[in-house]
Structures are given as C-alpha cells and as structure tokens.
Ligand binder design. Structure first.
Ligand code: TXA
Ligand code: MG
Length: 546
C-alpha cells in the first residue's frame, strides 16, 4: 500500500481542502494517521468493526486492547454512550476539548471490535485544530490509538509515524510536532470514586479540583504481576519500550544525576534534564528539558526514547521527575519504558532523638564516619531565623515585631509571648515545622550523601520522624546521664537529677522509635564504636530491601 503524506501548511488553521481526502478515507473504512495535541493517532471509523480490525493489524496490537473514540463536539457524545454522569459533564465542561479521555457505558452502535470486547467506551475530544476539523469533516467518531507499532514509543512527530506506518496505512496527516507530547489522561467514570487509569496530558490535580477524590489505579505506579488485569488493558503491556534496557532513576534532580554519573556503564545512553547534560561527556545524551519544566519534559520524553533506537546503545539511564503535575505522566512513561526497573537515589534518612546527656552526639559522629550527612535541626532552625525571609515574615505576622533592627531575634520577647501560653506555643511550632522540613529536604536533595541523619530532640512530637525511614532513640541509664550532665554543665547532682527527671521517660522513646541505642558504655569512644556497628547494620538492612 502506498501511504500518502498530507502536509498541513498552518496547523493552527487547517483548510478544509487539505483535509477532505483524509476525511473521505476515514468515512469509507480506511486508516489515516493524524496529529492530536497529545500524540499522533491512527484513525479509523469507530463504528465500523472491519475498519477497527485494520488498526490492530497495522499496529500489531493485541485485539483485547480497546481503542479511544474521538469526537469533535459535545453533541456527538450521546450517540456513543448510554449515560453521562454528572462528573463527566463537569469534566467535559472544564477540560474538553483537551488531553482527557473518559470511560462511559457504551451504546450498542459502538462495536466490541472497537472496545476490545468491553461494555464501556473511552471517549476523547482533542483540542488540536487539525484533529478537530478532520473528525468534523469525516462526520463519524474516529477510533484512534497512538500511531506507533505496538511496543514502540508513541509518535509525537509525523516522521515517527512514517517510520512505523509507511506502507501499512492509507494516509498520514503531517501537522508538525505535538504540543503536549504524552497521551491523554484516562479516567473511568463507571466506578465510584472515579479512577485514574492512565496519567497523561491533564494532571491528576486538575481532575481532583473538579471531582474531589480520585482513585489511582495500581498500574499507574507499579508493574502488573503475572495474571493481574489493570482496568485499562493497555497498561499491562510494556509499551514505550526502546530496544535498549532502561534504568529509571528517581530522587531530586541533583541526586538522580549524581547517581547516574556514579553508576553509568560504558557506551550507555542518558536521558537527563538539560542542566545535567555536561556530566556525561562521551555518552549519547538526550535532553528532556529543564528540571523545572515538566511541559518540556512531556514534549520530549517519547522522542528521547525513540531516538535511542537508531543507535546501538546497549543501556539507557533516565532521570525521572517527581510525580506532581505532568510529572506523574512523564515518570509513568519512563518507568514503563524501563519495565519498572526503577532506582531511587533518595538517601536513607535516619532520625536521632533521645534525652539530653544520653550520647546522641557520639552516635551522630559514628554516622558521619559511615559517610552520613548530619542535619542538626536546632542549628538549622537558628540559621533559618537569620536567613529565611519567609519564616521571619510568618513569625512577624503571627507575633508582631520580634526581630530587632539588626535582624536578630529578640528571644526574650518571643519567649515571653509563647511560654505559658499553649495556643501561642502551638502556633510557633506550626510555623517552625512548616519551614524546617522544607529546608531539611532542600539540604538532602542537594547533597550526594547516601545516608542522612536528622538530629532533633523533639523528632517524634514535631512530626519530623515522618521524613525518616528509621528512628533511633539514644538512651542511657539515669545514673550515667546525671553524672554526664553534672560534668558537662558544671552543676550539682540534685539539679542534674531534676533535669533528667523533667525529661521524657525511656518508654516514650521505646514506643515511638524504630530502634534503641542504649549507652551503658564506659566512655564516649566506646559508645561511638557500638553506635557505629549498630548503624552499619541498619544501613545494610535498609539497602538490602531494595
Ligand atoms: O492521547 C491519546 O489518548 C492518544 C491520542 C491519539 O488520542 N491515543 C491513545 O490511544 O493513547 P492508545 O490506544 O494508545 O491508548 C488507549 C488506552 C489503552 O491503554 C486502552 O487499554 C485504554 O486506553 N482504553 C480504551 N478504552 C478503554 C475502556 N473502555 N476501558 C478501559 N480502558 C480503555
Ligand atoms: Mg498507545
């Protein structure tokens, strides 16, 4: 079959003359690939079972994998679906036309050949002007999967479609590169609560804004096991797969780049954020876009994966964005390309707490000897009080002018306001424990240390323990602590004993921490050795898990 390529002059305003032939091919049961804002689609008449069959043949796609029916206006929807739930109306109102596909109960006119045997049908109204006009001119709903050979990355440019489909389909409409770059978001409206089946060009947060609660199908974040059936049948296939084996690395951009630089193998290729490309000289590098620009990352992810198929790179390492906004879709595509072979470059975070005088400092020294980065919450908070404008503003908003003209905190004034007033104290703590974790996270993200120790007296009460995989309480017998405080602070025994008894009791720590380090050692040096062994053991345990 000779495949005709139809180039659109101005893709923002296609002329009917450019699209009439393609529309006629669709109407008479043929196959036309066309651009949408997400990826190129391979179109056929959605109401014609024989036409749908041709799609499966051209793609080499398993026939149990249903197709999305594309429409060009809201009036075309009732002909296809038995019922439009309120949620569907609201979503259509806000996000159609656009990168959103909704699943409804199907009407009989929609053949099982289109829905892969299901009683539901997936419908989408693309916003791309070429797609929209083509569907309108064809006058039929257009079934269109992504226009790639089954198992290859989705096509985001006409050249990709030509690569996969030349000679197999009637025509390709070339409307230039796709603006979104990842496929549509799919939401199933036939279940309660509505369920996200595939993350895509419309962020999950946008759906939540309209629907409140949205369930996320398991297949979005993890590999489906043998015999498991994801609700979008397509999610079970290892799509988007380049020829080379892919390792996808999560974690902050700085950390994932450092991880790849440390583990990269000879001749391996890299998919990375623009800023980190210079870290990989001598390797083939595909840039995803700036680390902070998920729009760009979505546009480039498939092209990057596909480009490696023209090389003989044996292995690819890919930096993965976080899952907020479009990051969920980009990260899902990279993880699927990797067959969910994912490495997390985030550090092992261990929290340290315990009463004063028990030996926490020695334990932290041991962690540093093991290559750990220690974050002293008290010191960081005091530094933030001097340097973090947002924190200073939040405190001033809540408590009035407590910073002196030279910028330093008037501790007495603030203390006078909060001590003895539980509501004010809680308010201050709320502020501190909003800003402190952000700073801790920033420091962890910017370091390469594989292990981080968070040192906080009130680790448990402050909620900082939620940042930690393990929490270590450093405890010591009362007598030992009394002697140590007497020596350290040059105070008499009675006073030292009062201070020890005023603190939280051991039971509190035993109940709330994952590990206890009991310090009955004869010297700080001896205890540091014990801590070293114990922490080494914890690190081994936690790294084995992966
Ligand atoms: O952005 C897109 O959605 C692109 C463009 C061309 O519109 N199309 C696309 O189609 O990505 P395709 O076939 O590559 O992916 C459709 C996905 C598959 O995972 C399929 O299993 C799922 O939608 N799907 C289709 N109908 C369904 C249904 N009734 N119930 C559950 N999942 C369905
Ligand atoms: Mg596809």
């Amino acid at each position: 079959m000779k495949t005709k390529v139809i180039k659109i002059k101005d893709k923002t305003r296609p002329e009917d003359g450019e699209l009439l032939e393609a529309a006629e091919i669709l109407r008479s049961g043929g196959l036309v690939a066309f651009p949408t804002e997400t990826v190129y689609g391979l179109g056929a008449n959605a109401l014609d079972e024989a036409a749908a069959k041709k799609i499966y043949a051209a793609k080499g796609r398993p026939s149990d994998n249903p197709l999305i029916a594309h429409i060009s206006s809201m009036e075309e929807l009732p002909a296809l679906v038995r019922e439009i739930p309120e949620a569907g109306r609201k979503l259509a109102e806000k996000y159609w036309p656009g990168p959103l596909t909704m699943i409804f109960p199907k009407k009989d006119v929609v053949p099982y050949g289109t829905t892969g045997g299901l009683d539901t049908v997936a419908v989408r109204m693309p916003s791309d002007p070429v797609a929209n006009r083509l569907i309108k001119l064809a006058g039929i709903p257009v079934a269109a999967p992504s226009a790639n050979t089954s198992g290859r990355p989705s096509p985001t440019r006409a050249e990709h479609v030509i690569e996969d489909m030349d000679g197999k389909i009637d025509a390709i409409v070339d409307g230039g590169p796709c603006s979104v770059g990842v496929e549509s978001t799919i939401i199933d409206l036939t279940v309660q609560p509505p369920r996200l089946l595939r993350p895509g060009g419309l962020p999950l947060e946008a759906l939540e804004e309209v629907l409140g609660q949205v369930a996320v199908d398991d297949a979005v974040r993890r590999k489906m096991g043998e015999g498991e059936r994801p609700r979008a049948p397509g999610m079970k296939y290892r799509h988007y797969a380049p020829k080379a084996a892919v390792t996808t690395v999560t974690g902050s951009p700085h950390r994932s780049a450092a991880w790849i630089a440390a583990h990269i193998t000879e001749n391996a290729g890299v998919i990375c954020f623009d800023e980190f490309a210079p870290l990989f000289p001598g390797h083939i590098v595909q840039r995803l876009g700036p680390a902070g620009d998920k729009l760009a990352q979505a546009q480039h992810v498939f092209d990057a994966l596909r480009t490696f198929d023209d090389t003989d790179v044996p292995e690819i390492f890919a930096q993965c964005p976080d899952e907020t906004g479009l990051g969920l879709a980009v990260s899902n595509r990279l993880k699927k390309a990797a067959g969910f072979h994912v490495v997390d470059s985030a550090p092992l975070v261990i929290g340290f707490t315990g009463p004063t005088g028990a030996g926490k400092t020695s334990a932290l020294r041991a962690l540093e000897r093991l290559g750990g980065l220690v974050l002293d919450c008290d010191a960081i908070y005091h530094e933030q009080l001097r340097t973090d404008a947002a924190l200073r503003e939040a405190i001033t908003d809540a408590f009035g002018p407590v910073f002196a003209p030279d910028g330093s905190l008037d501790r007495q004034k603030l203390g006078g306001l909060v001590f003895g007033d539980p509501t004010s104290l809680a308010q201050l703590n709320d502020i501190i424990f909003t800003y402190l974790p952000r700073e801790l996270q920033r420091r962890m993200d910017d370091s390469d240390a594989p292990v981080v120790g968070i040192d906080a007296i009130n680790l448990v009460e402050s909620g900082l323990s939620h940042l930690c995989r393990r929490t270590v309480a450093v405890l010591a017998p009362e007598e030992v602590r009394v002697r140590r405080i007497m020596a350290r602070d040059s105070i008499p025994e009675d006073y030292a004993r009062l201070r020890v008894q005023a603190q939280r009791q051991d039971d509190f720590y035993r109940e709330n921490c994952t590990d206890v380090l009991m310090n009955s050692a004869a010297s700080p040096q001896a205890f540091e050795e014990i801590a070293y062994q114990k922490l080494q053991h914890i690190i081994e345990e936690e790294t084995d898990h992966e």
